[in-house]
Design a protein around this ligand. Sequence first.
Ligand code: PLP
Length: 438
Amino acid sequence: MSSTIYKNIDRQPIWAAGGNGVWLTDRDGHSYLDTCGGVAVSSLGHCHPRVMDAIAREVKNLSWAHAGSFTTSPAEELADLLTSLPGALPKAQFLSGGSEAMEVALKIAYQYHCERGEDGRTVVISRRQSYHGSTLAMLAISGNVQRRSVFEPVLGPAGFVSPCYEYRDRRPEESVADYAQRLADELEAKILEVGPTRVAAFTAETVVGSTNGAVPAVPGYFAKLKAVCQRYGVLMLLDEVMAGLGRTGHHYAYYEDEVVPDLVAVGKGLAAGYLPISALLVSDEIHATLGAGSGVLQNGQTHVNHPLACAAALEVQRTIVEENLLDNVRARGAQLRRELAQRFVGTDSVGDIRGRGLFVGVEFVTDRETHAPRSGGAALTAAIKREGFRRGLLLYPGSGTVDGVLGNHVLFAPPFIATEADISEMVGRFGEVVDACL
Ligand code: PLP
């Protein structure tokens, strides 16, 4: 009997023993082809020599220093790198996980308003079908019905608007621009309903991840929403914990949406799983307001700017830049979508294949014409996952794709180092899993 608490309390998960590139192995010697980087984390695959060497170097140098008193070279160099990437915000701080980075983002947003004498701005507006983290404050602003479920009674208030989910919600007669405008009007109406002087921030995943499977916004959507936010002094916080740092083919996913937020959180791909680290980046205006006001960031956590985690992240991000891996993300992403479309061309149960870069969702339906969603929720998710393991394939399926209850999808987020042959192998094995489960 194990002393470890597992996700499924009484079921021991597979015992991971090693990894190499896009492959993981268990202690019984089975190999698994990684289509999803676990949960969109392992962007450089497993045991990348550059990252392992960088960690080994830094661990001999400095194990830890408290950010309240010290800064370090890895933290400074990582901040310089992240803030110099195309479209980046100019100031960064490092935390340990995505939920923390998002939570600090909201604290900074609120502190910013307070420093400007607007302490009545306490409400965050978020979108349905979204996930922003596992802490109670983050669940309160997450529109993920399943993850909120048991905690609903203890969650604080938040405002919610519709997601941008073209496959399901754009009306047949509506242009893309009109659809984006309808959603911008909805946000404006929600701000007016809450009270324009009471809203602190609007938050959204730039490309929605686990909740409904790599759903990007339509062109023009984020620019229109940013204009609404600016009209009412509401900060725009983008959550790129899953979508950011190259996953979509750009260092910041919002670059493709031609918008710059006031704050952005990144996480999973930052050190690609080699060590736990996330980051929050903010605008000059926010940073300067805090500086000119109290001059103190009202947040402190033990592992802020952790030097070893920063050193691992620095090497991961340098590798992505120096080896032009985003070119591979774009090329392999296009290949993945093309080969999935070819594989399922006659399969009525595969309704939509979407996404950006190596962030791709496959949504299941019962009828391709009407887009009628499947039910079956967790049972189908479990079956797909199990069948994947049986066929040596690590998959990331989800249910409740449409509204938290109906619909099912699989999310692909393979390592950026995946080769053409790896992608074809993933599609081939996934096709067999779908045939077996549906
Ligand atoms: N935001 C998004 C979009 C996520 O996908 C996640 C995790 O899946 C989080 C926030 C929370 O990150 P973490 O689990 O590292 O706390």
